[in-house]
Design a protein around this ligand. Structure first.
Ligand code: NAP
Length: 541
């Protein structure tokens, strides 16, 4: 049976749904050359799998986090291997991958925050929401002490679901997070938080806000938190000369749902129907009234973040849509006092070394997942999936159908389906496989493994990652908290991966974090890389 070797770069939902679809769809294909067995190596720059499911989903969203249980089964497939702590562009090059594998699928997501482009954006106290999310999720790129919540008032710029997540984590009683996997230093910082007011700022109206109703409604269900929306700004007609907002509030199900919730808050009701402040239990008791307020504002855009040594506020300009639908500032300004500003205005993908990148749209140019070269034609053997393919939109599940499309393109190219007159893609022979001149795929992958070992790179295999899971479960037990508590910081993760032990063979003991990106570099690791592969129960030959 033919074996197709595929590298998937990124072990978040897009990468793992791709790996799953590759294995499943290839096995189901019929034809003279089929089935083809597909072996997938899933690389990640981090030593941990699951991407945004681990480092993006808020700790109190347990049901969304349970997607990791589904993705775990993909990594446990005998045809899939995890190679964590291997950074494309630093530890391994695009050429390395293209020489070793029949196809490469890039699925690295969107790691960078979009910028506001206003004065004061880089003042201390002004952060990308991605930094704050990374911090409360325990991402190894952001240290446990990054945020000290000594601000009384926080401005969150943007009204998407990430803004809702950060506003909720800031506003909610940290006691609710005790049984979650939130890292202990983060829980302690939230317990010591001085935050009393959270302001979420939308530059357009309530009908244009990107958040979803379920997530929005949850804000009104937080004990001890009063949600406030100024009545004038909750009116979809106000500041909108086109009537577009009002018609969206009728025609679009999500917007309709959002407006029901927003109107209740504007009328001074809690989402559960109680009057504001009523039944809002606090740590000090219900009689104390709301402990924190969460104010949602619309039709205001930030024009400056103020402060000299650190953030003291945000200058906001009233906006409107004129009769022709043009979005404009009115010149009317107000200053919001805030000692912390979190810019939650969307994520962006970053270019991968050597891989084509459309800077304008911050995606890899592609047609149904086939990476397109500068001449607009598909490059042999290169594919893309997830946010890197379509931009940072949709929920986690959106990546499943997105990955399926990319895999359909890849397998169609493998089959060499002739192009129809009205369908320039797929084109026969676009995939690098089968290539009569190339050595057998397995030996090419082995050669890459040996090259990595020579560079001192020791990938974190799935079985090694399981040691992190065990350490996190143990930490939860020792703290008397839930099922798991995340280890925070790269050093803690790598220490769990490769505990220092007295091992006369010298395997698995050396760690060096100097690479700064989660790869264990070990000069004596030359033979570990192959044994690491066999640990995962897979063969590379
Ligand atoms: P998003 O949904 O695109 O929202 C970005 C927000 O930033 C919008 O309100 C946008 O306003 C605003 N914005 C953009 N540029 C701005 C500027 N210069 N000044 C002021 N405001 C600006 O992005 P996101 O919140 O980062 O979410 C990314 C994706 O992840 C979404 O698909 C989201 O649903 C998903 N997600 C889902 C969940 C969940 O399901 N629980 C949780 C987190 C994230 P405009 O509309 O005016 O551009």
């Amino acid at each position: 049976m033919k074996v197709l070797e595929v590298a998937v770069i990124g072990s978040g939902p897009a990468g793992l749904y791709t790996a799953e679809a590759l294995v499943k769809h290839a096995a189901a294909l019929e034809g003279p050359d089929w089935p083809v067995r597909v072996r997938v190596d899933v690389y990640d720059r981090l030593p941990t799998p699951y991407g945004l499911v681990r480092y993006g989903v808020a700790p109190d969203h347990k049901s969304i986090k349970s997607i990791a249980e589904y993705l775990r089964r993909v990594l446990e497939s005998p045809d899939v291997r995890f190679l964590g702590g291997v950074h494309l562009g630093e530890d391994v090059t695009r050429d390395d991958l293209l020489s070793a594998y029949d196809a490469v699928v890039y699925a690295t997501g969107a790691m960078r925050d979009r910028r506001l482009g206003i004065p004061g954006e880089d003042l201390p106290g002004s952060y990308a929401a991605t930094d704050f999310v990374n911090w409360y999720c325990g991402h190894p790129d952001v240290g446990p002490g990054t945020f000290i919540l000594d601000a009384e008032s926080v401005a969150v710029i943007g009204v998407g679901n990430v803004a809702v997540d950060v506003a909720r984590i800031l506003a909610r009683d940290p006691a609710d997070l005790h049984s979650t996997d939130v890292p202990q230093p983060v829980l302690e910082a939230l317990q010591a938080s001085k935050v009393r007011e959270v302001h979420m700022i939308g530059r357009r109206g309530p009908a244009h806000a990107k958040f979803t109703t379920k997530e929005l409604r949850e804000l009104g269900e937080l004990p001890g938190v009063e949600v406030i929306v100024p009545a004038a700004e909750a009116d979809p007609d106000a500041f909108d000369g086109t009537g577009q907002g009002a018609s969206l509030a009728e025609s679009d199900r999500r917007v309709r749902g959002n407006m029901v919730v927003i109107r209740k808050w504007a009328a001074g009701e809690r989402a559960d129907g109680a009057a504001a402040g009523e039944g809002a239990e606090t740590a000090g008791g219900p009689q104390d009234g709301p402990q924190r307020t969460l104010t949602i504002r619309f039709w205001l855009r930030p024009v400056e973040i103020t402060g000299t040594d650190r953030v003291t506020g945000v200058v906001l300009e009233r906006t409107r849509l004129d009769g022709s639908g043009a979005f404009q500032g009115t010149g009317e300004l107000e200053t919001l006092d805030a000692q912390l500003v979190l810019r939650s205005v969307g994520y962006q993908s970053v270019p991968l070394d050597g891989v084509p990148f459309d800077e304008r749209n911050a995606v890899v140019p592609n047609a149904a997942g086939r990476v397109l070269g500068p001449d607009g034609r598909p490059l042999p053997g290169e594919y893309v999936a997830g946010w890197l393919k379509r931009g940072p939109t949709g929920v986690i599940g959106t990546n499943k159908s997105d990955a399926a499309e990319t895999v359909r393109s890849l397998l169609a190219d493998l089959a060499g389906v002739p192009a129809g007159a009205d369908a320039p893609l797929p084109r026969p022979g676009v995939l690098r496989y089968p290539d009569a001149t190339a050595p057998p795929a397995g030996s090419r992958v082995e050669a890459l493994e040996q090259a990595l070992a020579r560079r001192g790179i020791r990938p974190v295999t799935y079985d090694v990652w399981l040691r992190v899971e065990e350490a996190e479960a143990e930490l939860a037990r020792s703290l008397g908290r839930g099922e798991r508590v995340k280890l925070h910081g790269r050093a803690a993760l790598l220490a769990a991966c490769w505990p220092v032990r007295d091992d006369s063979a010298g395997h698995g003991t050396a760690r060096d974090d100097s690479a700064g990106h989660g790869t264990a570099r070990d000069d004596s690791a030359g033979d570990d890389i192959v044994s690491g592969a066999s640990v995962s129960g897979d063969s590379v030959g």
